[in-house]
Each structure stands twice: as structure tokens, then as C-alpha cells.
Design a protein around this ligand. Structure first.
Ligand code: MN
Length: 262
């Protein structure tokens, strides 16, 4: 890089006091200048929320360590554009308590922090510990992958979503997102004042056992690394929708197909 040690921005969604965040910063120590900018409290499952309608405050808790009264994406945005002295070379989010697999990535504050990094043009990773409280091995995985990202870079608009199973891992596998099986169960109860309330996501998570998926990898004891991009366009569907064009054109809704050159 030729300009001294790399700058590493670390954030999470479990909050500045989460043990997974400490383990991540520890795991990355020595790879570069590690800056921690994290929410001042837990912000799990806030997705990619950004705070636009109230002021954000930053509290400096120590050298290169800041708490923000906002969301994970706020932290990355502020870290990159406001707090760090220079643009970070990599954003690493985590280590989340609990998995971020398959469809769940869209809810995840951990993954969204990495998405924010990607939107700002910075190679980014999200790291989650599937089970348990022993973050140290996941910290070593984060270090190995961050080192590679710094050395090799990532394809544009891409983040790595990393899930580390508990205990002894067999190694690292590159995977695709799995699909969650929704049990469609909502708990309906009555509160002490006689009003009905609901609780979603109560049941245990079930997954389709697809080969090559993130879920299959972690179930078999492998670290799962899924490259994600932010283009949610379904390109296959876009091609299929061409068949609608004649119908819509007849009613004046579309400009119609482009004429072939004669
Ligand atoms: Mn979390």
C-alpha cells in the first residue's frame, strides 16, 4: 500500500460493550490501526436502518474507540466520513452473537454494517458466531480473512458474510445463501391489561438442507463464507418479464421493443 499500516474500521450491532466486538478488535490487533465505532447499545435486527431525523452523538471511550447513539450503518457511515483520520482499507463487522445465515441477512445489523462499508466503496466483512460465547476462534478466522481481503481485495460491490460454528472448526468453505423454512408461527397472548399482543420469530429456526449453502457448511462444522452483493435485481426475472411487454404495449404502458436495425 505504501502508506504505512492499513486502517481497519470495526463495528457491530450488539453494541460497544459486547464481548464479540472486543474479541474481533483483539483478533485484528497488529494487522493495522484498528478503530472501533459501534452503537452505544444493542441494535440487533435493525437491518440497514440509517438515522436521518435526529442528531447523532459520538462518545470517545478511549484511543480509537467510539460509541454512537445510532444504528450499525450510522456507525460505519460516521466512522468513514467523520471520525477516522483517513479512509479505512477494510470494514469488519461483528463478531455477532448468533448466526446470520440465508434469508436472515436482510434483517441483520451486523451484515448491514458491512453493506454500508460496501456502499462507501470499502471492502467489508461481517462475522458471526453461530452458537455459544467463545469468540476467540472466530476472532482468528476474522483475522485470517481480513488479512486476505487487505492483500487481495474483493470484487466490487461485494462483502463477505462469515459464519463461524461453535467449537473446533474443520476449515473454511465458500457458500451460497440458504433458505429459511418459515414455520409461520406467531405467538398471540393477552397482556396484564387484557390487550392482545403478538410475538414473532418465536419458533426455532429451520433451514432447507441445500447443498453448498451457508447453513449446510456450518451444520457440518465448517466456517461459511458467502460473497454478497447489494444488487437485489432478479436478472432472470427481468428477462422473463420481456414477455409482458407486448401486453403492456398494447395498452400504452411501455414503449415497446426496440426495432431491429434493417
Ligand atoms: Mn446482533
Amino acid at each position: 500500500m505504501g502508506r504505512g499500516q492499513p486502517a481497519i474500521l470495526v463495528s457491530n450491532d450488539d453494541g460497544i460493550h459486547a464481548p464479540g466486538l472486543t474479541a474481533l478488535a483483539k483478533g485484528l490487533a497488529g494487522l493495522g490501526a484498528v478503530y472501533v465505532v459501534a452503537p452505544d447499545r444493542e441494535r440487533s435486527t435493525v437491518g440497514h436502518a440509517l438515522t436521518l431525523h435526529r442528531p447523532l452523538r459520538v462518545e470517545r471511550l478511549g484511543p480509537r474507540r467510539y460509541a454512537v447513539n445510532g444504528m450499525p450503518s450510522d456507525c460505519v457511515n460516521l466512522g468513514v466520513l467523520g471520525i477516522l483520520p483517513a479512509r479505512p482499507d477494510v470494514v469488519v463487522s461483528g463478531i455477532n452473537q448468533g448466526s446470520n445465515l440465508g434469508d436472515d441477512v436482510t434483517y441483520s445489523g451486523t451484515v448491514s454494517a458491512a453493506m454500508e462499508g460496501v456502499l462507501l466503496g470499502i471492502p467489508s466483512l461481517a462475522v458471526s458466531l453461530v452458537e455459544g460465547e467463545d469468540y476467540e476462534p472466530a476472532g482468528r478466522v476474522a483475522r485470517a480473512l481480513t488479512e486476505l481481503v487487505l492483500r487481495r481485495g474483493l470484487p466490487p460491490d461485494t462483502l463477505l458474510n462469515v459464519n463461524v460454528p461453535a467449537g473446533e472448526v474443520k476449515g473454511i468453505r465458500f457458500t451460497r445463501l440458504g433458505r429459511r423454512v418459515y414455520s409461520e408461527k406467531v405467538v398471540e397472548e393477552t397482556d396484564p391489561r387484557g390487550k392482545t399482543y403478538y410475538w414473532i420469530g418465536g419458533g426455532p429456526p429451520l433451514w432447507e438442507a441445500g447443498e453448498g449453502t451457508d447453513f449446510a457448511a456450518v451444520s457440518a462444522g465448517w466456517v461459511s463464507v458467502t460473497p454478497l452483493h447489494l444488487d437485489l435485481t432478479n436478472h432472470e426475472a427481468l428477462r422473463a418479464l420481456a414477455a409482458w411487454e407486448d401486453d403492456l404495449q398494447a395498452k400504452g404502458w411501455t414503449p415497446g421493443r426496440r426495432r431491429r436495425a434493417r
